[in-house]
Design a protein around this ligand. Structure first.
Ligand code: KIV
Length: 286
């Protein structure tokens, strides 16, 4: 059998934290983004439900269905041979233990991802416990949890002592329930660093400062796919949206001017064969 490249394991991620090696995670939503991120060496990919906004054009993550996640996460798995792939369970697909087990079963069996991510603290701890007891690796997600954005607003969370204390308690409870890592989104950097120091498992920050064990960024933000200003926590490493638009515009111009296609883009035919094909058909003799 051909040998496949080794995929990042949960143990490898844990060892990265122990060694103080920072973990770079990025979202991927389809085969090409997964292929590129995997080749670029990202050890962990997130098939995130931010898919709802950046791929499907919704305002929030709420309309994303289990079908959407399964279809896209399966494509990510086909593109990435080495990264550990985590798939978000979408809004209200893990509201009870039974729902969570059913949703995780479908995601794990129908996509081939290695783990699922669930948003929330204390209320979902028993659900995380149940999934991890059943052999499903679970990543937690605290701070700003986009599936609750109608309650939270899109803003930095846990800025006062009581909320910060709750976030620390939630993180410890998720770890005790078996989560292998926790995303900290939009929380003050000093709090994220304190949480990171208290946990054995890695924290992966987004808008949570440099004191986390790793970072996760949205593909479209890193690549500069949209014109809009990127969020404060993101860094644009390229202007791919502008490059794509310029390329498509050049193609449209070339078609309109006749500059594309050329002979080299076309197939040739023996002129005698064409002449024979175009000659009037001879009438069969009686
Ligand atoms: O869906 C997503 O992209 C996420 C990240 C923001 C962590 O959950």
């Amino acid at each position: 059998m051909p040998t496949k490249p080794a995929r990042t394991t949960l143990a490898a991620l844990q060892a990265m934290k122990t060694r103080g090696e920072r973990i770079a995670m990025i979202t991927a939503y389809d085969y090409p983004s997964a292929l590129i991120a995997d080749r670029a060496g990202a050890p962990m990919l997130l098939a995130g439900d931010s898919l709802g906004m950046v791929v499907l054009g919704h305002e929030t993550t709420l309309p994303v269905s289990l079908f959407d996640m399964i279809r896209h996460a399966a494509a990510v798995v086909r593109g990435a041979a080495s990264a550990l792939i985590v798939c978000d369970l979408p809004f209200l697909t893990y509201a009870s233990e039974a729902d969570a087990v059913a949703s995780a079963r479908r995601v794990m069996q129908e996509t081939g991802v290695q783990a699922v991510k669930l948003e929330g603290g204390a209320p979902i701890v028993p659900i995380v416990r149940r999934l991890t007891d059943l052999g499903v690796p679970v990543m937690g997600h605290l701070g700003f949890t986009p599936q609750s954005q109608n309650q939270l607003g899109v803003r930095v969370q846990a800025k006062d002592a009581a909320a910060a204390r709750q976030l620390i308690a939630d993180a410890l409870a998720l770890e005790a329930a078996g989560a292998f890592a926790i995303v900290l989104e939009l929380v003050p950097a000093s709090l994220a660093e304190a949480v990171t120091g208290r946990l054995k498992i890695p924290t992966i920050g987004i808008g949570a400062g440099a004191g986390c064990d790793g970072q996760v960024q949205v593909w479209h933000d890193v690549l500069g796919l949209f014109d809009e200003k990127s969020p404060r926590h993101a860094r644009r490493y390229a202007e791919i949206g502008a490059a794509m638009e310029a390329a498509v515009k050049a193609y449209v111009d070339d078609v309109q001017s006749g500059a594309f296609p050329t002979k080299s883009n076309s197939a040739a035919m023996d002129p005698a064969e064409l002449a024979a094909a175009l000659a009037p058909a001879s009438t069969p003799s009686a």
